[in-house]
Design a protein around this ligand. Sequence first.
Ligand code: PBG
Ligand code: ZN
Length: 379
Amino acid sequence: MSFSSLVSDLTYRDRNGGNDDRRGPMSRQVSTMSRARSYASTAATSVSITGDISSQLHGGYSHPLARAWQAERQLTKSMLIYPLFITDNPDEETLIPSLPGQYRRGLNKIVPFLRPLIAKGLKSVILFGVPLHPDAKDALGTSADDPTGPVIASIRLLRKAFPSLFITADVCLCEYTSHGHCGILREDGSLNNALSVDRISDVAMAYAEAGAHCVAPSDMNDGRIRAIKLKLIEAGIAHKVVLMSYSAKFSGCLYGPFRDAAGSSPSFGDRRCYQLPPGGRGLARRAIVRDINEGADIIMVKPASQYLDIISDAKEIGKDLPVAAYQVSGEYAMICAAAKAGVFDLKTMAFEATEGILRAGASIVVSYFTPDFLDWLEN
Ligand code: PBG
Ligand code: ZN
């Protein structure tokens, strides 16, 4: 019924009621009251008083708490993992120009830096080694598992300084190889998968044995999840180490600021023969299935906001696993730049992007916004 026919219908009913003497002296008043009531409810629900009540949604989210209840997962501090860049120069604390507010820090700087964040509720970090020493790099990435190198030393230091902090170590060779690729190369410059998997799994073991709660291979060599899991089992520590696979890691331009920060740009070529092509949704699904079958405990999708469909696929394929998403350096830098240019408010956008990532299916988010969220979130 249209609004205008509804009004004429009410007028008609009113006229009839008013003329009916059998209603007694009060009848006029009663009729007016009931007309007023039905008029008010009609006006408030203009489109569908006679029909579809399910079209009335506003009431369900009028209160801030009722709005929070609309999300399947609400962002909490325990979902966040904060990336840290650790150098081999102990006193270094250098701002990374392409990553606003993020620093490369030496061993002596990380405990004082983390203490207030942990007091505010930081639960977890992911460590990236940044060797600056002139001869730290070679063709095999030898310094990746140097027991005195920044990653192993910081795992030991952080385990001791902050017993409740969950420590993830990113596992890759690109920060440590002279050519900047994520594995060991053949003479023609392509990845030697077998040698790379051998080396990557040794590096993962070294981090796990140093005390990392979680090892996260980001190299994208085929079969490295199985190799790492087998070595963890063999060493008798598989029961206490989380294996988080960067399963669906796409190639593209969003890792630029990270590569500035970590000094890990390839010296020739690119990573398109091992990181996934941006259109490769099916390939990503295959990689996710494979890594689950090889023993991954957590599946990661990276980047995040440009790949929300992949996050959703990961959650569907890996219903029984936590799905992590990495909001990478380029996503973070883009949001900071746009906020600075006045496009939007930084905090509002940081929430909107992160809530989108959760809505897609992630329950863990690696985010450079983590310190901000510790201020912004209550729980
Ligand atoms: C190392 C690694 C990279 C990132 C995480 N681990 C860089 C790359 O693959 O080139 C990217 C993280 C970011 O951009 O924030 N393999
Ligand atoms: Zn790499």
